[in-house]
Write a protein that binds this ligand. Structure first.
Ligand code: 16G
Ligand code: MG
Length: 560
């Protein structure tokens, strides 16, 4: 390791003194102008991780649903999953090292992780459409090459496409060809075969309006749509030609404001969906005949997918185990429907894809979705074995096994993928002959409210039981329990955000009014017991226009 060269080139990507950043739930994220040194150093770290794992490592330059001025970076591990927790600490440590300490920190990491510095390194890089992304990804490449690493710059990619490329490269292309063409072909071929099996021939299933958040999703869907246009015509909105990235549009906006994106005219009962800025989240929605807005979020997507997969397993006559993984934000109605109606086991993990992904790997079929639309399904090798053996099954079972095989190919098993999830959902709706209203009617969400509270230091709040209970500060959970008892079908929890300097409060109950009251009272308890700063949360009746107080929409479901 030519430490002299590292020091020389690091000086070209100097760290603003005193700037401290944390590798959080989704990597580093902050104002783009504060990230040049982080990008260079993540290039260094990716090269070390590649040497240690003797595998291709990915570096994605994006800030997902954040405003355009922000940017961010995250590393992708050999099987396309999120970076291992121990290396997240190395990332934070390296990013915050003062210039004169860089060499020592690099040596520490190499020794702690027993990195064979003679080993080759190969890193693949992708970026989103933010104006700052191209230059920042070049800084990543500088970091990789100064340690003698080789690289492939894929340029503009959705985040899940980069996860897919890493997974393909480290599985000897058994999972797929590590090119955009390979990605488009694999998903579209599986989709078209499924659509062919769908008996319905109505147009209903053949057109979809897609809000691309003025992000990378538009570019990539444009490139891909002709591969599946025989099965589905997509009409793209917020395609980046005029609007601003994630501004008043995109999955995060629709979800947290409970209203349709700007720049998309919607007729009643028309099926629509939104991607987020880096196309790893998706939510669906429609306006009913009375013009009411109906959101179909990650919980309802997980319900549609797991129900379909369970029915397929029954059809094939296979007793493979299936599990659904959610977080505390999952609406109580979705969990009840899955457990009591669909009879599938449901598990709850902490917020953040890596937690759901790891839990989902424990099942033969693990479906995981956050309520905000982040998710996918994972299939164990046992499932693929069963499918291979299905040749000698009778016709009906063989057809179901073929359908399962295509669904597996359609899922991006490396990461939550808006494009892949969209095609899976469209295929299932077509195969089951379901309208978006019928999908929505599977269960009714419990009214809920989500609020943010500013506190001096959000880390005073620690949680347990998948973030559903607060351990510190003392007395907070007891207060929440007492407040929850006042309402029916009620539930509430608080957690420090991993992407913003706020504490998030979630409450659900039998009515919107009760959910609003409970959310406000819990916010007040947080403010009083966890060192609230700024404006004191007001009791619901005085802020009946809670929405305005927190700039949220009027519909009944609020999330991150
Ligand atoms: C990040 C996470 C997402 C999580 C969100 C929670 C990844 C790739 N993304 O966007 O899964 O839902 O953070 O944000 O893990 P919060 O901590 O601010 O509530
Ligand atoms: Mg995203």
């Amino acid at each position: 390791m030519d430490l002299g060269a590292v020091t020389k080139y690091s000086a070209l990507h100097a760290k603003p003194s005193g700037l401290i950043l944390q590798y959080g739930t989704a990597g580093f994220r902050t104002k783009a102008e504060h990230l040049d040194h982080v990008m260079f150093r993540m290039g260094l770290l990716a090269a070390l991780r590649s040497k240690q794992t003797k595998s291709t490592i990915g570096v994605m330059v994006t800030a997902s649903h954040n405003p355009e001025e922000d940017n961010g970076v995250k590393l992708v591990d050999p099987l396309g999953e999120m970076l291992a927790p121990s290396w997240e600490e190395h990332a934070t440590c390296l990013a915050n090292a003062e210039e004169q300490d860089m060499q020592r920190v690099l040596i520490d990491i190499s020794e702690k992780e027993a990195v064979n510095l003679q080993q080759n390194a190969f890193v693949v890089v992708g970026r989103d459409t933010r104006p700052s992304s191209e230059k920042l990804s070049q800084s990543v490449i500088d970091g990789v090459t100064v340690l003698g690493g080789e690289f492939h710059d894929y340029g503009l990619l959705t985040t899940p496409q980069l996860h897919y490329m890493v997974y393909c490269r480290n599985t000897g292309s058994r999972y797929g060809k590590a090119t955009l063409e390979g990605y488009y072909q694999k998903l579209s071929k599986a989709f078209m075969e499924l659509i062919k099996q769908a008996s319905c021939s109505g147009d209903e299933y053949r057109s979809l309006k897609v809000d691309c958040a003025n992000g990378i999703g538009a570019l990539k869907l444009r490139e891909m749509e002709h591969y599946f246009s025989q099965g589905l015509s997509v009409q793209l909105f917020n395609d980046g030609s005029k609007g601003k990235l994630n501004h008043l549009c995109g999955a995060d906006f629709v979800k947290s404001h409970q209203k349709p994106p700007q720049g998309m005219e919607i007729k009643s009962n028309e099926r629509c969906c939104s991607f987020d800025g880096d196309a790893d989240r998706i939510v669906y929605y429609y306006h009913d005949a009375d013009g009411h807005f109906h959101l179909i979020d990650g919980d309802k997507i997980a319900t549609l997918i797991s129900s379909f997969l369970k029915e397929l397993l029954v059809e094939i006559g296979e007793s493979l185990n299936i599990g659904v993984v959610q977080t505390a934000y999952a609406n109580g109605s979705s969990t009840r429907y899955l457990e009591e109606v669909m009879k599938v086991p449901v598990y709850c993990t902490k917020t953040g894809v890596k937690h759901l992904h790891h839990k989902a790997q424990e099942f033969d079929i693990g479906v995981y979705f956050e309520a905000n639309g982040h998710g996918t399904a994972l299939f164990s090798t046992a499932v693929e074995m069963k499918i291979k053996q299905s040749e000698q099954l009778e016709e009906k079972k063989r057809k179901a096994a073929k359908m399962l095989e295509n669904i597996i190919d359609l899922f991006n098993q490396a990461a939550g993928d808006a494009i892949s999830d969209m095609l899976v959902i469209e295929a299932i709706l077509a195969l089951k002959g379901l309208t978006v209203q019928q999908w929505d009617a599977l269960y009714t969400d419990l009214p809920n409210r989500q609020l943010k509270v500013q506190v001096a230091d959000r880390r005073v709040i620690s949680t347990t039981n998948a973030e559903r209970q607060a351990v510190t500060p003392p007395g907070l959970q007891e207060t929440i329990n007492d407040l929850v008892k006042k309402y029916k079908l009620s539930r509430a929890f608080v957690r420090p955000s991993g992407t913003e300097d706020v504490v998030r409060v979630y409450a659900e109950a039998d009515s919107q009014e009760s959910a609003d009251h409970l959310a406000c009272e819990v916010s007040l308890a947080v403010f009083q017991l966890a060192g609230g700063i700024g404006e004191r949360p007001q009791p619901a009746e005085t802020t009946c226009n809670i929405n305005n107080a927190f700039g949220l929409g009027t519909a009944n479901k609020h999330t991150v």
